[in-house]
Each structure stands twice: as structure tokens, then as C-alpha cells.
Design a protein around this ligand. Structure first.
Ligand code: 0O2
Length: 249
């Protein structure tokens, strides 16, 4: 016969499993949304604004640390409501404009509720940290209930991600007591990241403009042959027609 304690533990285990599962489902749903955006964008614009996507569920240890640090009540409803980054997705892009474009595409989805948007690109943290953070809420449909689950999305460029990974490593290596000299160097590196992102954005804008003009001025005729696409500039076709006409006379 089961003791009351064994029954209680079983019940807690079931509750904890359901709790963690809702975050896994939220990540699955968000990852599908992101994958659809990537495929559709690639198809329509012949360009993919997303370089990498990484998702994680916060470990129970890390959740507990946050609950103590912030002084939240130690109960599942309190954690569900207050710790809003249990499900986290990090999206890495090439250009700053891609970050805002992806953020807007996500925010415009009808089943997503935007709870918070922190723009550490327009307002970097004092240490130089840059990223766009969104706290979103999405409904998860389960067999007997619908749950609205918080998901944190961090969107940043490759350069911002490079900086943040190094800063994170240093922070933990020095057990959060980083020497002033290193803090200063990290800040300088963050400024360089900012300048690099701006330069890359400008170059990308120029290339896009050039491409648009090129397509406009020199419209191409596409021919499919042997399962390959061949582009013939209109000028080339015009010359061929002229030559044909000349030969006929
Ligand atoms: P992990 O392991 O990445 O989840 P809070 O979320 O309440 O603790 P805050 O400041 O309100 O704190 O949240 P914010 O600013 O949205 O930042 C939360 C997350 O952003 C952090 O999660 C980091 O992932 C990242 N982040 C914020 N500031 C920095 C920074 O200065 N350097 C680096 N490398 N990352 C940063 P966690 O919970 O710290 O860790």
C-alpha cells in the first residue's frame, strides 16, 4: 500500500512534468513559426534573414536561483507568472535591419501576445550588451486545457552574439568579479561591434540598391534548359532579333 508521502511525491512529479512540458511545447510552436518565416522569406525575397536559431529550457537550478534572487514566491503558479524566460529562443541574423524585420513579423502574428520589448540595440546596457529582447505569450492547446505560455526571444547580429558569448564566459570565469581593465576592454570591443554592424548594414543597403537597379535596367529573359536556369539580358535578345532580320533580307 502506498503511503501518503509516496502519493504526494507522485503528484508533484506529474505536476512538474506537465509544467516543464508546456515550455517544450511553446518552444516547438515558436520554432515552427520561425521556420515558416525563414522558408517563406527565402522563397519570396530570395534571401534568408536568419543565420542561426537556438532554443533552450532554463534548468530547474537556474529557475530556483532566479526565484531567490528576485524574491518571488516558491510555487508553480508564481514561477509560471514571474519567471518569463523559462522557454528561450535566440535568433542570430547578419544585419540589424533583419532583427527588426523578424521582430515585426513575429509581433504581427495573431496568436502571439507581445508582453514586453526591450531594445538593447537602441539603448545598449552600460557594459555594451546589445540585443533585442521580446517577451511573448503563446497559447498551447493540450488535451484538456489551453495554457498561455511565456517565451523569451533574443534577436541579435552575429557580431553581437560573438561579444555576448565572450562577455558571458568572462563573467563566469571571474565569478562575476571582472577586473576593471577587462570591463573597459569589453566595452571598447562592444563599441567596435556596434561600428562593424553599422558598416555591414550600409554595405548591404548599397548592394540591395544596386541589385534593384540592375534588375530594372537590364531585365533578363529566363530560359530553363536541362533543369538549369539561364539568364539572357534583354539587349542580347534584341541584338539576336536584329541579326535574324538582317540575314532574312
Ligand atoms: P541565461 O542563461 O541566458 O538565461 P532578468 O531576466 O530579470 O534576470 P533582466 O535584466 O530584466 O534580468 O533581463 P534582460 O535584460 O531581458 O536579460 C535577460 C537575458 O539576457 C540574460 O539571461 C542573458 O541571456 C541576456 N543578457 C542580458 N544582459 C546581458 C549581458 O550583459 N551580457 C550577456 N552576455 N548577456 C546578457 P540570464 O537569465 O542572465 O541567463
Amino acid at each position: 500500500m502506498e503511503t501518503k508521502q509516496t502519493t504526494d511525491i507522485k503528484q508533484i512529479k506529474t505536476e512538474l512534468t506537465r509544467f516543464m512540458m508546456s515550455y517544450k511545447f511553446a518552444l516547438d510552436e515558436m520554432n515552427t513559426k520561425i521556420s515558416i518565416l525563414m522558408q517563406e522569406f527565402q522563397h519570396i525575397h530570395d534571401y534568408n534573414p536568419i543565420e542561426h536559431v537556438k532554443s533552450r529550457i532554463k534548468t530547474p537550478e537556474s529557475i530556483m536561483k532566479k526565484v531567490y534572487r528576485k524574491g518571488y514566491e516558491m510555487s508553480l503558479p508564481s514561477i509560471r507568472e514571474n519567471v518569463r524566460d523559462i522557454a528561450g529562443i535566440r535568433i542570430t541574423c547578419s544585419f540589424i535591419s533583419d532583427i527588426y524585420q523578424i521582430s515585426e513579423m513575429l509581433q504581427n502574428q495573431k496568436d502571439i501576445t507581445v508582453i514586453e520589448c526591450k531594445d538593447y540595440i537602441k539603448n545598449p546596457k552600460p557594459n555594451g550588451y546589445e540585443s533585442l529582447h521580446l517577451i511573448l505569450q503563446i497559447p498551447i492547446f493540450m488535451s484538456d486545457r489551453v495554457e498561455d505560455v511565456y517565451v523569451e526571444i533574443q534577436i541579435r547580429t552575429i557580431a553581437m552574439d560573438f561579444w555576448a558569448s565572450l562577455e558571458h564566459k568572462i563573467y563566469y570565469k571571474y565569478d562575476k568579479d571582472v577586473p576593471a581593465e577587462l570591463i573597459q576592454e569589453l566595452k571598447e570591443a562592444a563599441d567596435s561591434v556596434s561600428q562593424l554592424d553599422e558598416k555591414m548594414e550600409n554595405i548591404n543597403r548599397k548592394i540591395s540598391q544596386y541589385k534593384e537597379n540592375d534588375e530594372f535596367d537590364d531585365s533578363l529573359i529566363d530560359l530553363m534548359f536541362n533543369n538549369e536556369r539561364f539568364n539572357f539580358p534583354e539587349d542580347f535578345i534584341t541584338q539576336l532579333i536584329k541579326l535574324e532580320e538582317y540575314m532574312e533580307h
